[in-house]
Write a protein that binds this ligand. Sequence first.
Ligand SMILES: [Ca+2]
Ligand SMILES: [Ca+2]
Ligand SMILES: [Ca+2]
Length: 141
Amino acid sequence: MKVLALCLSLVGCVFGVTHNDLATIVNMVIADTDVDMDGFISEAELANEFQNRFDANNDGIILKNEFIHGWTTRYGDKHHHTDIFFDNIDLNGNGMIDLSDIEGNKVLTDTDADGMVSVEEYKAFIMAKHPCGDHGLDCTA
Ligand SMILES: [Ca+2]
Ligand SMILES: [Ca+2]
Ligand SMILES: [Ca+2]
């Protein structure tokens, strides 16, 4: 039902070539991640989003090419923007998203340090890490 609604509202879902702006991408990511829609991203929801969606061979590590392929296909983001985004969330710079990166990013995301990641905090995190967000790169072209 949710997937269908998403497809009807996004032509890119049908044709697979349309690029979305970051606001659209963020909304899609939130819809995918906050599965129970309680306004918070739980660890289980985060693990589900990252590991089940992007970890193609299920080894617990998300390689850069797995992430870029999964993210661009799913959200209609551009390849080179996703490349920069990946580098920004690959905190230890080893070319893969592993448990250490997920834990480290969770700490960065929980800006009010209440132990929970709200949807607002998650949105702010993506805006801070994505080149089309707070970095101010003009991505409308
Ligand atoms: Ca939730
Ligand atoms: Ca890493
Ligand atoms: Ca929080």
